[in-house]
Design a binder for this molecule. Structure first.
Ligand SMILES: C[S@@+](CC[C@H](N)C(=O)[O-])C[C@H]1O[C@@H](n2cnc3c(N)ncnc32)[C@H](O)[C@@H]1O
Length: 274
């Protein structure tokens, strides 16, 4: 069966990138992340995945998923009735990887373009629901139960928004669900700038696939001061992609660390108390 994703364009199309990279990793003999559902989905999609030429950087996607799974697992160990809200969930297979307990409520939210694919690849149940709307709409927050601990996930999402939009979103989550937490990933300022330069190159100079502009970038070493000084939110956890995965990155990782280039290139996963 070959499922078409030709309706996906712009940021919604980017969901195919981490999906593909998790599937590639999962097929290795000793994968960093077990993700059979990513393999299952990629195998069914009719799409030229070979246009994604990320090289070693592709590792960032299974790694960020692994960090996020671990942090969500810890949260669910403490809060067995929690509500997990995955913003910009796309075709993430995190629910399938984590198999959360019976009492957990899991909400996957993404723009309406993703909804037909959810229906093809996943199953909506009483404890796993889909919300087809933009995070910038208002009414979806009413679907979050008041009597549960809430954690938001925003993997591969916030970098596509401006800093002002990111701040407004965090503020909205904080006001609507006080005491909740959010876990998200960041790209560095340089990676953000690079994406904006690539999209402005004339067509004949561009690679086959050009990422949408990543408007918000922040360098690794500035993250703690930035959140402490610019926001009222407390950092609960911060992990860069190199820290626990040096072996997987090989000589490229060693080079990044020794030259301190990791400060300018490395992405991170951040968990905040809102
Ligand atoms: C890079 S993908 C990440 C998918 C998934 N979180 C993962 O890590 O595999 C970005 C996702 O954000 C979604 N997205 C973009 N703008 C959005 C918005 N305003 N509201 C909700 N989702 C949005 C896209 O449709 C896409 O699925």
């Amino acid at each position: 069966m070959c499922i078409s994703v030709s309706d996906l364009q712009g940021i919604p199309e980017t969901t195919l990138i981490p999906l593909y990279h998790r599937a590639i990793e999962a097929k290795k003999p000793q994968p960093l992340l077990n993700d059979p559902h990513a393999v299952r989905i990629v195998d069914q999609i009719d799409y030229d995945f070979s246009q994604f030429r990320f090289g070693k950087a592709a590792l960032a996607h299974p790694i960020r998923a692994k960090i996020c799974d671990r942090r969500i697992g810890l949260f669910l160990n403490e809060h067995s009735r929690a509500c997990v809200v995955s913003l910009g969930a796309g075709l993430d297979t995190q629910y399938e990887r984590m198999k959360p307990g019976e009492e957990v409520l899991w909400l996957d939210l993404d723009v309406p373009a993703i909804e037909p694919l959810w229906k093809k690849f996943f199953q909506e149940t009483k404890k796993r629901k889909f919300i087809a709307t933009s995070v910038f709409e208002e009414d979806w927050l009413e679907k979050i139960p008041q009597d549960r601990e809430v954690i938001f996930i925003a993997m591969g999402l916030l970098m596509y928004f401006t800093e002002a939009e990111v701040f407004a979103l965090l503020q909205k989550l904080h006001t609507s669900v006080p005491g909740s937490q959010i876990i998200f990933d960041t790209v560095s300022y340089w990676v953000s700038l690079h994406s904006q330069l690539m999209s402005r190159l004339p067509n004949f100079c561009q690679p086959r696939y050009v990422l949408p502009d990543m408007k918000w970038g922040i360098n690794l070493t500035t993250i703690p001061t930035y959140f402490n000084q610019q926001t009222p939110y407390q950092i609960l956890y911060l992990e860069d992609y190199l820290k626990n995965y040096q072996e997987a990155w090989g000589w490229e990782g060693t080079l990044m660390r020794f030259t301190r280039l990791d400060r300018y290139l490395q992405g991170a996963v951040v968990q905040l108390q809102l």
